[in-house]
Design a binder for this molecule. Structure first.
Ligand code: ATP
Ligand code: MG
Length: 563
């Protein structure tokens, strides 16, 4: 596959690096990646990009991929997130077998390593506050200032570190720092914090620990303990890589060492990808939950009716590079539409119903017409749909004073009812205020499939449902969550102020009975001429609810230009 990065031989740059390592026989020819989510929120489409990379490269070259929960901050983490992460990865089509790990599994080893580094004079306890420490960091061009506690003896450091973990000191009162180089060009080398005191119970280890490792100290070591060979992450970790290597050096030998490789994050238009902001949307009730179908989360997309295949194809299309970019959500939507076009069952639903009485059709008569389930999918068969004297059509499909090129229904004009007869508008019925309440039409009895007039041509074909048989349903029409292309690039505005007020419109509609009978969770429908729909989790017999996954065409770009 050719990617955006234009790599030759069909491999992206990460795959090329991995292949080169395998060919060079590094790590005994082993390939082991990991996907390391912090269980502090639900996964989003950006994580899907990382998942496709981590699991994908392992699959491609016969390696394995671990799922490792990076659970080093008990304050923000929760089992709810662990469960949702597992479900989302499986749904995307990947499996970690029995290789489910937790950074917290390594707390004992990490603690031992910290003690060893203390004894070797490579780590010290600093009694300063995080503000004081930050103030001494310097800038990229100005060296930092050494802490007054930097030269404590190993014995004193060890004693203090043990007492930190025993709970003797308050949160924030002391940290353990690596003793590296306060003048380093790389800010991450200026005596980075290794451990902090947290007294909040951990979702797995309870109250065993009172000190918790920082990302930079935990990540590379966890990779090492786990046998990970390629630790693939996003570009913001490039400046952390020397520190990753420094800590790995404390453990590794020439037979095995994990290596970090970075690729560009996924950013897409009209949404935010920051877990902090997504959490705020959920907590503040600005969306209906993590799986609100407007959210960029995997669970939201699943609920909305996106397919895992469309997400994987989208990620394939955009590819992996070494520079940051903003991808258009239209690309993702295109992939979704493409996949749904291939698999969705074609049905009829009328969003803004207008009653049509076919005055020359016998009262009480019901005919059954046959509808193709999916013209894109040979062998998908047909289903029956009732036709009768009173039907609903889309209000927009009628105009009393139509412009020249209006090929739908107008006084005196003819249209075909999809899969049924040609009708002609004879009369417009209005209420006292002049609103159109119904249309009176005649039908041509010769125009049903199989009859001589079946091939008679008229310009327009409309979708419809039989009024007596139609079932009421609620539809939720979603639009972009934000009405600003890149909310993250507006530092002066609160992201809440950029929410699209029209991101959810609820309507009561009429659907053909087949839809009601087949509204099992996960079903994919194309409501003809309207869009793709799927039953929502709130749907139940007697109260059908459908999410519009996406419209049939990309109308957004056009509307933006108009508006
Ligand atoms: P946090 O700010 O909480 O660290 P995070 O989005 O980095 O948020 P993690 O749970 O640490 O969340 O991410 C797990 C993995 O997913 C990491 O390897 C990270 O690099 C990757 N990842 C996160 N966001 C994106 C994104 N937008 N595009 C690609 N990969 C991402
Ligand atoms: Mg992270």
């Amino acid at each position: 596959m050719e990617t955006e990065s234009g790599e030759s031989r069909g491999l992206n740059f990460v795959e090329q690096e991995v292949l080169a390592d395998l060919r060079a026989g590094k790590n005994g020819g082993r390939l082991n990646t990991r996907f390391p989510p912090e269980p502090n929120g639900y996964l989003h489409i950006g994580h899907a990009k990382a998942i496709c990379m981590d699991f994908g490269v392992a699959e491609k070259f016969g390696g394995t991929c671990n799922l490792r929960f990076d659970d080093t901050n008990p304050v923000k983490e929760d089992v709810e997130y662990v469960d949702s992460i597992r479900e989302d990865i499986h749904w995307l089509g990947f499996d970690w077998g029995d290789r489910e790990y937790y950074a917290s599994d390594y707390f004992p080893q990490l603690f031992d390593l910290a003690c060893r580094l203390i004894k070797e004079g490579k780590a010290y306890v600093d009694d300063q506050s995080s503000e004081q420490i930050a103030a001494q960091k310097g800038t990229p061009t100005v060296p930092g200032t050494e802490s007054p506690f930097r030269n404590r003896t190993p014995e004193e450091n060890l004693d203090l570190f043990m007492r930190m973990n025993a709970g003797e000191f308050e949160e924030g009162s002391r940290v353990l720092r690596a003793k590296i180089d306060m003048a380093s060009d790389n800010m991450h080398f200026r005596d980075p914090i290794m451990y902090r005191i947290i007294k909040h119970p951990h979702h797995r280890t309870g109250t065993t620990w009172k000190v918790y490792p920082m990302y930079d100290f935990a990540h590379g070591q966890s990779d090492y303990f786990e046998g990970v060979t390629h630790s693939i992450c996003t570009l913001e970790f490039v400046p952390h890589r020397p520190l990753y290597d420094y800590f790995v050096d404390q453990l590794a030998d020439e037979t095995y060492r994990p290596r970090q490789i970075e690729f560009n994050r996924l950013n897409i238009t009209y949404t935010v990808m920051s877990k902090r902001k997504l959490l705020a949307l959920v907590r503040e009730g600005l969306v209906a939950g993590w799986d609100d179908p407007r959210m960029p989360t995997i669970s939201g997309m699943r609920r909305r009716g996106y397919t895992p295949r469309s997400i994987r194809r989208f990620i394939d299309t955009i590819g992996y590079t070494k520079y940051e970019a903003l991808n258009s959500v239209s690309l993702l939507e295109h992939a979704v539409r493409d996949d749904l076009n291939a698999i969705a069952t074609r049905v009829m639903g009328v969003i803004n119903p207008l009653k049509v009485v076919i005055t020359n059709y016998p009262e009480g008569k019901v005919e059954t017409v046959s509808m193709e389930n999916n013209p894109e999918e040979p062998g998908s068969g047909t289903h029956d749909m009732p036709f009768s004297r009173e039907i609903f059509i889309e209000r927009d499909d009628f105009m009393e004073n139509p412009p020249k090129k209006f090929f739908r229904l107008a006084p005196g004009s003819e249209v075909r009812l999809k899969g049924a007869y040609i009708i002609k508008c004879e009369d417009v019925v209005k209420d006292a205020d002049g609103n159109i309440t119904e249309l009176h039409c005649s039908y041509d009895p010769d125009t049903l499939s199989g009859l001589p007039g079946a091939s008679r041509k008229v310009k327009g074909t409309l979708h419809w449902v039989s009024a007596a048989h139609a079932v009421d349903a609620e539809v939720r029409l979603y639009d972009r969550l934000f009405d600003v292309e890149n909310p993250a690039a507006e530092p002066d505005r609160d992201f809440r102020d950029m929410l699209n007020p029209d991101s959810l419109v609820v309507k009561q509609i009429k659907v053909e009975p087949f839809v009601a009978d087949n509204a099992a969770p996960g079903t994919k429908f194309q409501f003809q001429r309207i869009g793709y729909f799927t039953p929502d989790y709130d749907s139940a017999p007697g109260h059908l609810v459908f999410n519009r996954t996406i419209g049939l065409r990309d109308t957004w770009e056009k509307e933006q230009k108009k508006g």
